[in-house]
Design a protein around this ligand. Sequence first.
Ligand code: CAA
Length: 287
Amino acid sequence: MTTAIRRIGVVGGGQMGAGIAEVCARAGLDTVVCEADAVAARAARERIAVSLERAVQRGKLDRISAEDALARMVFTGSLDDLADRQLVVEAVVENTAAKTEVFAALDKIVEDPGAILATNTSSIPVMRLGMATGRADRVLGLHFFNPVPVLPLVEVVSSLHTDPETVSVIEDFATHTLGKTVVRSQDRAGFVVNALLVPYLLSAIRMAESGFATATDVDAGMELGCAHPMGPLKLADLIGLDTVASIAESLYEEFKEPLYAPPPLLQRMVEAGLLGRKSGRGFHTYD
Ligand code: CAA
């Protein structure tokens, strides 16, 4: 691709998809957000409007720019509306079958054969998603961190089939258009950050599970003793306990190391619908 990327599609308008769409629109890009249906698309728009308002209240963005960013976004319930995109970032649920289905569909819908299809997966091999398309050379991982408008990192992950030119275009886009800092990773479950972060979160869950320390004390220990902005159980609640469990399962499937195995308490909480912030209760409770 020789022309600059201006037309972006984001599939999934949950906390990650909405954050990715927000930073793209704030960077002046024409952004289409695709959700499962019109109701979910409206919820994604509302999520982004709330985040933009927070940025205005915190003095990070002026009101006109926030309004312009929202006006630059189109919300849809149909993948067909992504046909003319130059880059599509998939950010649906952390599940191989769901992501594979999206990539197979995008491959048929996105018309420009040079368009790049990226995944925001945290832990699923990029190769599996590339192989669901006829353009694995144009498929790569572009992994953002939550909250996306606040955290400056993206991981760029190439599979064995990703064309180096695709990597170079995306690194340039992430750095110069979105203003993020790139770290590169090979296509191994968890990439750099989650391969380190998730065993730590699981250890904290095991600590609370065994009664070794309370959730509040585990978090206070890391916030006050190590200057982390939030303790591991608050962070697990922010990420979403279903997502933490899915990443742990992918890591365990890949490496077969006990430190990656999701603890029973995590599994039970997910089954109970106690997913963290998004459900109002996880290791802590939220309004
Ligand atoms: N746009 C721009 N800036 C925003 C914003 C927005 N929508 N919302 C908040 N901010 C800014 C604020 O202005 C503030 O900036 P300053 O410090 O310069 O004033 C900063 O972000 C913090 O915001 P708040 O004061 O509202 O909130 P806080 O101080 O309570 O911090 C937090 C909240 C940013 C979440 C912080 O606790 C934090 O960084 N926690 C750790 C998060 C983390 O580790 N995320 C990684 C998760 S792992 C992941 O995402 C990958 C995966 O695959 C699972």
